[in-house]
Design a protein around this ligand. Structure first.
Ligand code: SF4
Ligand code: SF4
Length: 306
């Protein structure tokens, strides 16, 4: 099973939920992938010993000024405006380049060579209680998170067949889409507030467009209003668990303690959450389960390298 824990907005407790869920099912030795590559922090709670490392990057163009005639064909074919020709000279903007290779293929003089541009690293190793942990870490200032997430999803430093929990980046942008794609289920963590509802709507829309079933976990239950409750009821989205507003939880998390370790009374609830998700996946053809049509392929043309 591949389960993604996501949320339409940051600060809802997504990582708290993902790590506690992993700690609640250690009997099946799950894998936790921290896909929030711009700010990975699940390692704080699971304390992995990293023994595997891979650099991830994209091939970007390098122009041989002697062979280049300044014809401008490379700039014409680049969909991302990552290469421009000014006054007969070629300029490459690596931060915009998607490594698609079109410019190299189209250059009539064979003046372009592809060179690696490192975007970030993947790290992996055993963590607490038999959990296997892997994370992507994007280089500071690097905007291309998607190739790093894609390679983290593909990487298999652990045996096949284990349950995988992906901790998604916050929001609903491309890195989140990449994290969700290929999952069997998306658990959306939200707060019962108007802001939480606004972002939950967008996140539900996204999971429906991707054709992946979703359920909701309401965190900080007791604040705000009943908008989230109403929305889920109307849309037929199952609310699978609630965690009440409790300052003690916030303080424990701030100390780097996982929720189920600080408050073991939550362990049965997280185990039950996992069982419910399993049954929902098993019965995904059931009309009651929210599902949408079709899955969109990713836009990025090339995989990373190591
Ligand atoms: S297509 Fe090739 S020859 Fe033409 S400007 Fe670009 S690098 Fe130079
Ligand atoms: S590799 Fe693709 S994205 Fe990068 S500069 Fe060339 S055409 Fe543009």
């Amino acid at each position: 099973m591949i389960l993604t824990v996501a949320s339409g907005k940051g600060g809802t407790g997504k990582t708290t939920v993902a790590t506690s869920l992993a700690l609640a099912i250690t009997d099946i030795s799950p894998v936790l992938l921290d896909c929030d590559v711009e700010a990975p922090n699940a390692h704080i709670f699971l304390q992995p010993q990293f023994d595997q490392r891979r650099e991830i990057g994209l091939p970007i163009p390098e122009v041989d000024a002697v062979r280049c005639t300044g014809c401008g064909r490379c700039a014409e074919v680049c969909q991302y405006h990552a290469i421009v020709v000014m006054g007969g000279k070629v300029l490459v903007f690596p931060e915009l380049c998607h490594g698609c290779g079109s410019c190299t293929l189209q250059c009539p003089e064979g003046a372009i060579e592809e060179v690696p541009n490192v975007l970030g690293v993947l790290e992996a190793g055993p963590a607490k209680d038999g959990i296997y942990f892997a994370q992507g870490v994007l280089n500071v200032g690097e905007p291309m998170a998607v190739p790093v997430i894609r390679e983290l999803k593909r990487w298999r430093p652990f045996p096949e067949g284990r349950t995988i929990i992906r901790d998604a980046p916050p929001g609903n942008s491309c890195p989140v889409v990449e994290t969700i794609q290929g999952a069997d289920f998306v658990l959306l963590v939200t707060e019962p507030t108007p802001f939480g509802l606004h972002d939950l709507r967008l996140a539900i829309q996204l999971t429906r467009e991707l054709g992946i079933p979703a359920g909701v976990l309401v965190n900080r239950d007791g604040v705000g209003d009943d908008g989230v409750e109403e929305f889920c009821r109307k849309e037929g989205i199952p609310i699978l668990m609630r965690i009440p507003l409790d300052q003690r939880i916030g303080k424990a998390v701030a100390r780097g303690e996982a929720l189920v370790e600080a408050f073991p009374e939550y362990l049965p609830q997280f185990r039950e959450l996992y069982t419910q998700i399993q049954s929902l996946i098993d019965s995904r053809q059931d009309a009651a389960l929210p599902q949408a049509m079709g899955t969109r392929p990713s836009n990025d043309a090339k995989a990373g390298w190591s």
